[in-house]
Write a protein that binds this ligand. Structure first.
Ligand code: FES
Length: 624
């Protein structure tokens, strides 16, 4: 059996490609065989008229085939007259490209529904779920057509399969609504029939299932608009802060997997209730959910033993996951609501990264870009043209403040940024109150500024006192010794000069940061080498995740955490994992794009490389 995704026979995964040229713009795109013209155009930002999002109901997506073979579909014969068909007019959403085509796109009359998500990604709405309002004739003794056949006759443009749940609801719904009803269709399956017109109620929930924090966004699938967003701490916290401690708990206690899985479900359920309540949406009106999480969180949520992820050779149970219901993740929404779980690229490049790559368009950009998600485990992806290389670097907990003497999480009281001159320093504290400690971004800033003013030498050692007085006279007094270790005081809590009662950075803290940044820099530098390019070729760095949002690009460059680009080309991408999950709900094409990434990204294992150690040692130093 192959490791290929199964849920859909996805044209995006076909090896054959065709060239499509859209006129009058002259834009040429290359797409897998079997993709519809409508999708090929929308993937590439070419707008074609539509109000149904490609479901074949609005008949607005008219295009004219100028060159190439394009057989007419049954819907084309209803949408066009014989002359128009002969002239090459077709509905773009019904025509699957089987060969090269040249296509004329008429000017837009109505704008397709679209929403901007992720890093400037414009997504044309095409959710898997659609609702169709129908008005049916009531049965009589002369017309004893069954409820289902009566309904299907009014939806004859769709080739539907029927879910048992729909058969259970159809009779009561038709009679309750006076034969005015709404059919709920997921892909090509009729899953429910609701009395009256409920077409305005169509929702999905996108989850970013993090090890620490879980975020839910309730999305109106008819407009792509977020209705409510909530985040909570993952209820698995007391089993340990990171994935390794949760895997260890499972290895030690046969009951732990069940407990951790239930806690994940409770977390998702709590968020579901919170966003539905905030958005004033009945949970039953949520017809699909999407979940993006790292491989360990995803395995645990699905009650799949993650033990093999925690030790060499680091093997996933599967890169992709079968179709499942939201209820199987403990989420009580519509009883037939599906859960779309993002596929993982590798044991340490999980579904959150697949989702993030989708949201940042890494697979579609011709520029050479580096995607860096910094955390205890740092995921790095290099995209250059059509090639995507990924790796994971064990950065350790320094960026979360965990192994730092005065470290703390990025919450109220944490020093989040530091500025220094040879004369003085200024700190910025989350919540603007008295500093309580130093979080990851404050740590990176402190070290970067100390290197810049000359109090730390490029090897990461604090300079001698006389040298300190020379290069930074206003700061030299902050270099102290606490418990036999050299420290730099960032903030006096008591009397100035009382280093025992102060927030400071120790020589060991600097070393911790050096190890973390060297692991990351080794990761991206080896990827660049594999791609046959240098840091000078990188055109943009995307800093993903919450830490990436706080990190100062200038400081990241200063300590060598990222390649030395102008700071404007180092972009904070935010919570791209959550954005990708939203995109998967908004568009089945984007969802297929996430699956296609599994084939497009090559995972590079660093731990067995002979040059890893030498490179790591080289990267420990700060750029001169
Ligand atoms: S997009 Fe509506 S019919 Fe093609």
């Amino acid at each position: 059996m192959t490791d290929a995704p199964q849920p859909v026979a996805d044209p995006a995964r076909s090896a054959d490609r065709v060239d499509l040229r859209f006129e009058p713009s002259g834009r040429q795109v290359r797409v897998p065989t079997g993709v519809t013209l409508f999708d090929a155009a929308s993937w590439n930002g070419i707008a074609i008229d539509s109000t149904c999002g490609g479901h074949g109901t609005c008949k607005k997506c008219k295009v004219k085939i100028l060159d190439g073979a394009a057989p007419a579909s049954s819907l084309d014969t209803r949408a066009f007259g014989a002359t128009e068909l002969r002239d090459g007019w077709r509905l773009a959403c019904r025509l699957e490209a089987a060969g090269d085509l040249r296509v004329e796109v008429p000017p837009l009359v109505t704008r397709p529904k679209a929403a901007t998500v992720g890093v400037g990604r414009k997504v044309i709405l095409r959710p898997a779920v659609q609702k169709r309002y129908v008005k049916l004739d009531e049965p009589t003794l002369q017309d004893q057509t069954s409820d289902l056949e009566r309904l299907l006759a009014s939806l004859d443009d769709l080739e539907l399969r029927v879910d048992l749940h729909a058969l259970r609801t159809i009779g009561p719904a038709l009679r309750q609504g006076g034969y005015r009803a709404t059919a709920v269709v997921v892909d090509d399956v009729l899953v429910d029939v609701e009395p009256g017109d409920t077409t305005g109620c169509l929702y999905g929930i996108a989850f970013d299932l993090g090890t620490t924090t879980v975020v839910a966004t309730l999305l109106d699938l008819s407009s792509g608009t977020p209705v409510a967003v909530r985040s909570v701490l993952n209820k698995q916290q007391h089993f340990g802060a990171d994935v390794i401690s949760r895997i260890s708990a499972i290895m030690l206690d046969p009951e732990a997997l069940g407990k951790l899985s239930s806690l994940a479900h409770e977390t998702l359920a709590e968020l579901t209730a919170a966003v539905c309540s905030e958005g004033e949406v009945t949970p039953r009106e949520v017809y699909e959910i999407a979940v993006a999480g790292n491989a360990t969180m995803t395995h645990i949520a699905l009650a799949i033993d993650p033990e093999a992820l925690g030790m060499a050779p680091f093997v996933l149970a599967s890169r992709w996951f079968p179709e499942l219901l939201a209820s199987e993740l403990g989420v009580a929404v519509h009883p037939r609501a599906r859960a779309v779980v993002f596929p993982a690229i590798g044991a340490y490049v999980g579904g959150d990264i697949t989702s993030g790559l989708l949201a940042s368009g890494m697979d579609r950009d011709r520029r050479t870009r580096l995607f860096v998600d910094i955390g205890t485990n740092c995921e790095i992806v290099l995209g250059s043209g059509e090639r995507l290389l990924a790796t994971a670097a064990p950065a350790g907990p320094a960026f979360e403040g965990a192994s730092i003497r005065c470290g703390m999480r990025a919450s109220d009281g944490a020093i989040e940024s530091v500025e220094m001159s040879p004369e003085d320093l200024a700190v910025k504290v989350i919540g603007d109150g008295e500093p309580l400690g130093l979080c990851g971004s404050g740590l990176v800033d402190s070290v970067a500024e100390l290197v810049a003013v000359g109090l730390l030498d490029p090897s990461g050692r604090f300079v001698a006192d006389d040298r300190a007085a020379e290069v930074a006279p206003g700061l030299a007094d902050r270099l102290r010794t606490v418990a036999g270790e050299r420290v730099f005081v960032l903030h006096w809590l008591g009397e100035p000069g009382d280093a025992e009662r102060a927030i400071y950075l120790t020589q060991r803290d600097v070393r911790e940061l050096q190890f973390a940044k060297a692991a990351i820099a080794t990761g991206w530098s080896l990827l660049l080498e594999d791609a046959g390019i240098t840091a000078d070729d990188v055109q943009q760095v995307l800093l993903a995740g919450s830490f990436g949002s706080y990190l100062s690009p200038a400081s990241a460059v200063r300590i060598g955490l990222v390649p030395p680009l102008p700071v404007l080309r180092i972009v904070s991408a935010g919570n791209v994992a959550g954005e990708g999950a939203k995109m998967a709900l908004m568009s089945v094409r984007e969802r297929a794009g996430a699956m296609a990434l599994l084939e497009e990204v090559r995972y590079v294992e660093l731990s067995d490389r002979s040059d890893f150690n030498d490179r790591f040692v080289d990267e420990l130093a700060f750029p001169a």
